[in-house]
Design a protein around this ligand. Structure first.
Ligand code: R5P
Length: 291
């Protein structure tokens, strides 16, 4: 794609470079300098070609800063082209897609408007938290899924009598799709989250089928690890064998990883929507296909 330039933001430089290689497109990096007062200064490290521009930047923590940097890059890109695809592999605020409690701001909707105002004409995200989230965008938005790639990764592992498990009923469809690609069955636990303090508990009362089996807990994201810890503790009590975790976005806030391992998780596998040492699956190929 000779008339395409991929611009890599501070949060997704490596993924942007991989994407440019897959697309055989030009690549322009960027630099970020953060001033003592916290303001960031973004500089493009080259000149995009005339034609389509793809700006790649995830908005993982610091979410608000990375969001502002992404908007700044899109705005700068719009000086060179009016065909700008914003690829935001991990879209922060995607869980704030509706008013759960009276008075809450649906911040995702504000962000959707900001991205358009900055100059984005199309959007690509990876495994957005909910379909409802996509409705807030007034420009075409495409959600690509890493589930098949994750399932393919797990297929290469030697698991004993594997079963796919969703930690909550909201993720049942995701688990079903993963299990379909893997070629096994799935179950979904029932989880309850306190909307005020965020604490979760598993309310599934009984469960057979997991004793002695290797389990793959599938989720879209891991933030504090609370959902996975509760699910793992529950499943371990049911005498399962090993617990593996497959997720697209490994935020892994604070000591999330340590807590999950302590609860009995053997391995966490995520994608490079967020660069972490758990990121064994590359999403550049599926994004390239969507482009
Ligand atoms: C919730 O519905 C999501 O799919 C994740 O399960 C959740 O956001 C993970 O958060 P945490 O790791 O803090 O439990």
């Amino acid at each position: 794609m000779s008339n395409v330039t991929v611009i890599g933001g501070n949060a997704s430089g490596d993924l942007a470079r991989r994407l440019a290689r897959k697309l055989k497109a030009g690549f322009v990096g960027s630099s970020l300098r953060v001033f003592p007062d916290g303001e960031g200064k973004i500089t493009l490290l080259g000149k995009p070609k005339s034609g389509k521009i793809i700006v790649v930047n995830s908005t993982y923590p610091p979410v608000d800063s990375n969001l502002v940097y992404t908007l700044a890059l899109i705005s700068k890109a719009s000086e060179y082209s009016n065909q700008i695809t914003a690829v935001i592999p991990y879209l922060g605020y995607a869980r704030q897609d509706r008013e759960f409690l009276a008075g809450e701001v649906v911040t995702l909707s504000v962000i959707a408007d900001l991205l358009k105002a900055a100059g984005a004409s199309k959007m690509i995200v990876v495994d957005i938290h909910s379909q409802m989230g996509m409705k807030h965008f007034k420009i075409p938005i495409r959600n690509v899924s890493a589930i098949e790639e994750l399932a393919r990764y797990f297929k290469k592992m030697h698991l004993k009598d594997p079963l796919v498990v969703s930690p909550d009923s909201g993720g049942a469809k995701r688990a079903e799709i993963f299990a379909g690609f893997y070629g096994t069955k799935y179950i979904a636990l029932k989880k309850q989250r306190d909307r005020r303090n965020g604490k979760v508990r598993i309310i599934t009362s009984e469960l057979d089928d997991v004793r002695g089996r290797d389990l793959i807990l599938v989720d879209d994201m891991i933030s504090t690890g609370g959902s996975i810890v509760k699910a793992t503790e529950f499943l371990k009590k049911q005498k399962c064998r090993r617990v593996f975790v497959a997720c697209t976005h490994a935020l892994l806030i604070g000591d999330a990883e340590r807590k999950m391992r302590k609860a009995g998780v053997t391995q966490i596998v995520s994608t490079n929507t967020i660069p972490r040492k758990t990121a064994a699956v590359d999403v550049a190929g599926i994004i390239a296909k969507a482009i």
